[in-house]
Write a protein that binds this ligand. Structure first.
Ligand SMILES: [Zn+2]
Ligand SMILES: [Zn+2]
Length: 255
């Protein structure tokens, strides 16, 4: 079965360039240094699974000419991963199908609080229909495809990574327990957040990513959720070991 992952965005919460920053990365003319907020689109047998609906969702879906989303998986409730949820309305209007959302109860509580109009019981004109599925740290199925959550820590906040077939997508992590790392054994493609060169309180830095990749030993690894502090795409890529790639916006990989 044909499966692909498209990076809709590969930037950290501020995106790259950062507003009002004049560092060389933010001033770079290379389009690989332009990073919208992180999310991915997984396509499995013509079904579109969106992981996170960040604040740049509208631009991302227009850029990739996405005509439908069959379901959304959320990793956690931070704004750079959910703030585009309102733009799912347009897809509901054109396709008329309710959109299944998969999230932890912690994410659901946050979304109900922050986007109460989307989740209220009141039916008003223009309200999209979402079908909320609360998930736990246990495998579940979407369209016959097994999805295995991987619980990682974003400083003190639990975040879900997702394993689908031989691919794992892990964003906003700075710690993965031994038990959860077991789930990554044998995967072929690892996508993992890599914020910057310096250590950070809630994200892996480059060295920590390389350590993780060394343990997991995927065939290929892609780094995402990148800040301007990581450096110019071209320069960083040249220094990376074989089979480790900096992701960029619009990159599509098959798995
Ligand atoms: Zn984030
Ligand atoms: Zn900058």
């Amino acid at each position: 079965m044909k499966k692909s992952l498209t990076f809709l965005g590969t930037g950290t919460s501020q995106g790259v360039p950062v507003i009002s920053c004049s560092c060389e990365v933010c001033k770079s003319k290379d389009k690989l240094d332009k990073r919208l907020r992180s999310s991915v689109l997984i396509n499995i047998d013509k079904k579109n699974i969106l992981i996170d609906s960040g604040p740049d969702l509208r631009l991302q879906l227009l850029r990739e000419k996405v005509m439908k989303i069959d379901c959304v998986l959320f990793t956690h409730e931070h704004r750079d991963h959910v703030a585009g949820i309102d733009d799912l309305r347009s897809l509901y209007y054109s396709n008329k199908n309710e959109i299944p959302l998969f999230m932890s109860s912690q994410v659901y509580e946050a979304l109900k609080r922050d986007y109460s109009y989307l989740f209220s019981n009141l039916n008003y004109f223009g309200k999209p229909k979402f079908l909320v599925n609360i998930i736990k740290n246990k495998p579940f199925k979407i369209f016959e495809e097994k999805i295995e959550p991987i619980q990682v820590m974003h400083y003190k906040l639990p975040v879900f990574g997702y394993k689908i077939s031989d691919l794992a997508y892990i964003t906003d992590a700075n710690y993965i327990s031994k038990l959860e790392k077991e789930k990554l054994k044998g995967i072929k493609i690892l996508v993992v957040n890599c914020l910057q060169i310096e250590r950070h309180i809630s994200h892996f830095n480059l060295d920590e990513c390389l350590d993780l990749i060394n343990i997991v030993k995927p065939h290929k690894a892609y780094l995402t959720h990148i800040s301007h502090n990581l450096g110019l795409h071209k320069t960083v890529q040249e220094r990376l070991p074989k089979n480790i790639y900096l992701a960029y916006d619009g990159l599509k990989i098959n798995f």
